[in-house]
Design a protein around this ligand. Structure first.
Ligand code: SF4
Ligand code: SF4
Length: 416
């Protein structure tokens, strides 16, 4: 693609409010000192303010008179090969955690703009290859889900037998395509997110249905909203066909954020169902005393990592803590936590990209220090990406931790 075509794409994506954000940034760097990536590397490319400056310079070069007439004088940036490489590194070496946003005195949201920079890099063929591949596969799978249906149903039947054995209940079910269901549960591919939820729903007598789709949506990490909408649209279609009142998202940070906070904006309509995190549903069961719990089944010191997409970006802080206080013997919070929590270093799709492993280990150091302070031997987090990063950090820094999901802890504590 020619530089002018890429510049046109950038301009189309940069809304008036986002250009305003670029303009009003005072370069005070209050955000920079709060970014775990910058703190650990001291590389300017990891400064959120620097990332915004790159976008501002490109915008200036192609869409202001000053930048067009005297680009050097006004430090306007050409979209040439070298600059595109630098832009791509700056935009993809970011976990989208929004810790910088929390500390900007002007309320500027760098990751919002960084997402636009990611899309520009994607269009310039400069996005990480694996991310583009996973994104294409996700769209193809969501659009052709009926082709996988028979195999999926067979796998779920096998899982149902395993469930019946594990909870010693021959009537336990994992219903799929249940037209009478009150809620549909959207898992992440793999039995590990289905089994604990199935145990909880069976113990509570919930009228549920298991989705055939997956909550992960890699296109979101490319800033490719149109493709991300194709995946989300299939989730909406499935829920509407089933006629459920609630869509329950599994422990997937970005999947939850998309369905709860972005889908109505993307599709410009109200959805005929509520969207909840499984954390909210589990907390409701506990509040309503629907299940009996034995916390001694989860002994040890347990700590909780707030996933950026569920907590800071999604508003779910208290439910996981309320659940932990009921299902484990000792819960110790990390410091800082909630909106000031440190990112684990695996977000923004980075955990799926092998070439980012060294950087992820380096920039996960703040998280490691936080965990060590608690002396916990178990850590849980309500996001698959965070847990994968915690597994890598655990190996790399020899933390000796057990890493588990919150639904696993709750399922384990249930007295059947
Ligand atoms: S804190 Fe806000 S104003 Fe200051 S450099 Fe960062 S984005 Fe710009
Ligand atoms: S979103 Fe997180 S990783 Fe990205 S610049 Fe902001 S603080 Fe750093």
């Amino acid at each position: 693609m020619q530089p002018t075509e890429l510049a046109a794409i950038l301009e189309q994506k940069l809304t008036r409010p986002s250009i305003y954000h670029l303009d009003v940034c005072t370069r005070c760097n209050a955000c920079t000192e709060r970014c775990h990536m910058y703190i650990e590397t001291k590389d300017p490319i990891h400064s959120p303010a620097y990332k915004l400056a790159l976008l501002r310079r490109v915008h200036k070069r192609y869409h202001t008179i000053a930048g067009k007439i005297a680009p050097k004088l006004f430090k306007a940036m050409e979209l040439n090969e070298d600059n595109l490489k630098e832009i791509s590194s700056a935009m993809f070496e970011c976990t989208g955690c929004r810790r910088c946003t929390t500390h900007c005195p002007l309320g500027i949201d760098p990751p919002w703009l960084i997402s636009t920079g990611r899309f520009l890099s994607f269009k310039a063929n400069k996005s990480p290859e694996m991310l583009s591949m996973l994104s294409n596969m996700a769209v193809e799978k969501a659009k052709n889900i009926s082709q996988y249906s028979d195999l999926y149903l067979q796998q779920i039947k096998e899982l149902e037998v395993q469930l019946q054995k594990e909870i010693k209940d021959p009537n336990a079910k994992i219903p799929v395509k249940n037209k009478d269901a009150e809620l549909v549960y959207i898992p992440i591919a793999g039995a590990h997110t289905i089994m604990p939820a199935a145990k909880i729903f069976n113990a509570t007598g919930e009228n549920w249905s298991l989705s055939q789709l997956d909550s992960t949506n890699y296109n979101y990490f490319l800033g490719n909203v149109e493709a991300a909408k194709e995946v989300t649209g299939e989730l909406i279609k499935e829920a509407e066909n089933l006629g459920v009142k609630t869509v329950v998202m599994s422990e997937c940070g970005h999947g939850f954020r998309i369905m709860r906070h972005l889908a109505t904006k993307w599709f410009n309509r109200t959805l005929p169902f509520e969207v909840k995190s499984i954390a909210e549903v589990m907390a409701k069961y506990i509040e309503e005393n629907v299940v009996k719990l034995d916390p001694s089944r989860n002994p040890g010191i347990v700590t909780y990592h707030d996933p950026c997409q569920l907590g800071r970006n999604g508003g779910i802080y208290e439910e996981p803590r309320m659940i932990l206080n009921q299902v484990v013997t000792e819960f110790r919070d990390l410091t800082p936590n909630r909106e000031y929590n440190w990112c684990c270093g695996g977000g923004g799709g980075l955990v799926a990209l092998p070439e980012f492993k060294d950087l992820r280990m380096k920039t996960g150091k703040k998280k490691v220090e936080q965990i060590r302070e608690t002396k916990a031997n178990i850590i849980t987090s309500m996001c698959e990406n965070c847990r994968l990063q915690l597994i890598d950090l655990n190996d790399y820094y020899k933390l000796g931790l057990e890493i588990t999901s919150l639904s696993d802890l709750m399922a384990n504590a249930i007295i059947h």
